[in-house]
Design a protein around this ligand. Structure first.
Ligand code: AMP
Ligand code: GLY
Length: 441
């Protein structure tokens, strides 16, 4: 049994992880947290909380030693890239997250694609990598079709430019020439509907969770710039309304093939997939839970999170996971102007009672003596859990109303029947079916 856990990270995802660790009746370990910001939700749940630069391995290992942590759970990607897991393990702390080398599946998109190609992992789009902006631009000129332009390193979900969707070829070339990034992956534009599957992984075991659909674009109707994710939904079953159950299993098979080729990988492997007319393709991998997707998945997971982590720590087979057959809808409230010119320093309209509200997850806010304030990133999320997506959506809206969203932006369309219907129709039209008149032949 683990007595003391250190949680690294202070976003909505980590608030969900903190709840899942602390919620165990009777047997919950002591929880300590560290992050760059003071998340009031985690602060409320934790036995101790420190703020410092969590990409500094020495800071994290010093704090882990100070609190006597036996296990660490690393939420965000930046500490993984910085080798926090390697540093903790060198100090004898079991870390649930991949070492920096394995985290390259997320942190180095050129590695991610060449790894997939080398190991013959299905679902890899046509791609090429460039260290020279001129050569990347020439490739765009010569390529027959649309491309997605991706800086190789981490960009907080905001670095990709998709030609024919968000930008023209000329704008993509300007982006390559003018951006501060110096290395790029250019790949075939995938057309379809995106979904996420997050898997727990240890010692080659893979345990998957229900599919979730995130909404990256900042504004309603999928307009505006890409963000870290504005909200997400999941269904009572494993697959989403626009997918066949088999397509969920096709995506799981890709995750399994990936882990067979990465036998040392430990932690969460997050697959971002595009369901296309030609089947399931990989948009990217992340080496951690999704934010917001963790807030869809952990509240409906019946298997205690600590049971999975304990099994990984002890070298046991991971338990089979059980989920409530419930739908979830998550909506983020973000500072006005997010992501281009967010207004930091807005006081949130929440009182202390909000800290005990299970449907509310705090994110990149800052708790000060006189209240909770926005930073330049996402502020808080609400999650509705119900028997249908429509009912979960209504719950999420009620929760937003109860908290108040003055001075904040929300995508109210996430999880609505209208938006789900457009997803179903989009897939039907790509597959050459008519959604209104299903082919019964
Ligand atoms: P990433 O930073 O890799 O998560 O990409 C951000 C978003 O860009 C994805 O969620 C997709 O919406 C889009 N994207 C990335 N790669 C492609 C691609 N090959 N085709 C179409 N869209 C893509
Ligand atoms: N939901 C996207 C991410 O966590 O990167």
């Amino acid at each position: 049994m683990t007595d003391t856990v250190l949680l690294v990270g202070g976003g909505g995802r980590e608030h969900a992880i903190a709840r899942a660790i602390v919620d165990e009746a009777g047997s919950a370990p002591a929880l300590y947290a560290c992050a760059d910001n003071r998340n009031p939700g985690i602060d409320r749940l934790a036995d101790g909380y420190d703020t410092f630069d969590t990409t500094d391995p020495a800071e994290v290992t010093t704090y882990a030693a100070e609190v006597g942590a036996e296990v660490a759970v690393v939420g965000p990607e930046a500490p993984l890239e910085a080798g926090i897991v390697d540093a903790l393990e060198d100090e004898g702390v079991f870390a649930f997250g991949p070492r920096a080398d394995d985290a390259r599946i997320e942190t180095d998109k050129a590695f991610q694609r060449s790894f997939m190609a080398e190991h013959g992992i299905p679902g890899c789009p046509d791609f090429a990598t460039f260290d020279d902006p001129e050569a990347a631009c020439a490739y765009i000129d010569d390529y027959d079709g649309d491309l997605a332009v991706k800086p190789t390193g981490l960009t907080g979900g905001k670095g990709v430019r998709v030609i024919g969707d968000q930008v023209t070829a000329e704008e993509a070339k300007d982006f390559i020439q003018e951006s501060a990034y110096d290395s790029f992956v250019l790949e075939e534009r995938l057309v379809g509907e995106e979904f996420t599957i997050q898997a727990f992984v240890a010692d080659g075991d893979v345990r998957v969770t229900p599919a979730v659909q995130d909404h990256k674009r900042a504004y309603e109707g999928d307009e505006g710039p890409n963000t870290g994710g504005m909200g997400s939904y999941s269904a009572p079953q494993l697959e989403l309304p626009f997918m066949e159950e088999q397509e969920y299993h096709d995506a799981v098979a890709i995750i399994q093939a990936t882990i067979e080729a990465l036998p040392e990988y430990r932690g969460i492997l997050y697959g971002q997939f595009m369901l296309t007319a030609e089947g399931v393709k990989v948009v990217e991998y992340n080496a951690r839970f999704g934010d917001p997707e963790a807030m869809n998945t952990l509240p409906v997971m019946n298997t205690p999170l600590m049971d999975v982590i304990e099994a990984a720590k002890d070298g046991d087979r991971l338990p089979q996971l059980s989920f409530s057959p419930r739908a979830t809808v998550c909506k983020y409230a973000v500072p006005k102007g997010y992501p281009a010119s967010p207004t930091a320093g807005t006081k949130l309209p929440v009182d202390d009672a909000a800290l005990d509200d299970d449907s509310l997850f705090f994110a990149s806010v800052d708790k000060r003596d006189d209240g909770i304030y926005t930073t330049t990133s996402r502020s808080f999320a609400v999650v509705g859990v119900a028997d249908s997506i429509a009912a979960a959506e209504r719950e999420a809206e009620q929760a937003l109303e109860a908290v108040g969203t003055e001075g904040l932006d929300v995508r109210h369309d996430i999880g609505t029947a209208d938006l789900i219907e457009t997803r179903i129709e989009h897939m039907a039209s790509l597959r050459g079916e008519s959604a209104a008149e299903p082919d019964r032949s």
